[in-house]
Ligand binder design. Structure first.
Ligand code: SAM
Length: 293
């Protein structure tokens, strides 16, 4: 067990987690500006990006990069500085560090080394989208990004489909339609909201059922960053029973495995046969008879 009295005097420096705006610079807090001015060092996901933010707020401070690819080399260096009494702020490109951004491992190691971790409240896309979605907020589950591969995405959603809490996903605009389709397939046509470009001039909420939102997105391809918020399982609307491949032809089904899972044609036919409860021979014949016609 460890107890942190955040503002107690210590020989060690403190690690500050400082949220930055997710679009609107006015969302930078006074406290965030002050902390970034006062610390000895700012660890930033992308130093060039953060330099622009700092210059906007006339903050002249030393930066060190801390990102996905160098975090394990950086942690001992930052911990050493903290042990020497230096105060360090961690920022990501936008929003709350450590939320779908680098930060968690540094926080964990700081705590393990008895360094106080001070979190400043501030901008975060997930909580803003949740609150604006109009969906229940008394209990919610933040998932962040789903896997990119459709099969993996469906597997994750399968595990989440009976969760009785509002669920929040981060998604890129290029994959939002695929994700909505996967959601409908696994969850059924629940109420949902898509929040886009939060805090920016083109901020938009698309509220409706998953299918209504998908239809809208089909007709109005989206730009900008998105959050998908989905109603939790109510126990009433049963998730769709349809199999994910039901709308595919046999050829498309086999091709899916070849392309998405890099399987050989033979292995792909085997998987499709298993899904469809067909014999491998029937699959082979169906494809080959067609091809020779
Ligand atoms: N740490 C950030 C936070 O606290 O929200 C999240 C960083 S994560 C790498 C980026 C994702 O957050 C985007 O792909 C999008 O899903 C969501 N996001 C960030 N800014 C957003 C905005 N202005 N509007 C909608 N979604 C946003």
């Amino acid at each position: 067990m460890k107890i942190q009295n955040s503002y107690e005097q210590s020989d060690y420096g403190k690690l500050y987690l400082v949220p930055t705006p997710i679009g609107n610079l006015d969302d930078m807090t006074f406290r965030a500006v002050n902390v970034l001015k006062e610390v000895d060092l700012i660890a930033a996901e992308d130093t060039r990006h953060t330099k622009k933010l700092l210059s906007h707020f006339s903050i002249h401070n030393e930066l060190i990069s801390y990102h996905e690819h160098n975090r394990f080399e950086r942690i001992p260096i930052l911990l050493e500085k903290l042990r020497q009494g230096k105060h360090i702020a961690l920022v990501s490109d936008a929003g709350m560090p450590a939320i779908s951004d680098p930060g968690f491992e540094l926080v964990r190691e700081a705590i393990a080394n008895d360094v106080s971790v001070i979190v400043l409240p501030g901008a975060n896309a997930a909580v803003s989208a949740l609150v604006g979605s109009g969906l229940a907020t008394e209990s919610f589950y933040f998932h962040g990004f789903l896997p990119r591969k459709n099969r993996d995405k469906l597997d994750v959603l399968e595990r989440l489909k009976h969760l009785q809490a509002t669920i929040i996903f981060y998604e890129s605009p290029h994959r939002v339609l695929d994700t909505l389709q996967a959601l409908k397939q696994q969850f059924g046509d629940r109420n949902a909201a898509l929040a886009r470009e939060l805090t920016k001039i083109y901020e938009q909420y698309i509220r409706g059922t998953i299918d209504e939102i998908a239809q809208y997105v089909k007709q109005h391809p989206l730009r900008g960053e998105c959050v998908i918020v989905v109603e939790g399982y109510s126990g009433e609307a049963a998730p769709a029973d349809d199999e994910w491949w039901e709308e595919l032809t046999l050829e498309e089904h086999v091709l899916y495995y070849e392309k998405e899972e890099n399987l050989s044609h033979k292995e792909a036919m085997k998987r499709a046969a298993k899904d469809r409860n067909m014999s491998k021979r029937d699959v082979y014949q169906a494809l080959h008879v067609k091809k020779t016609e």
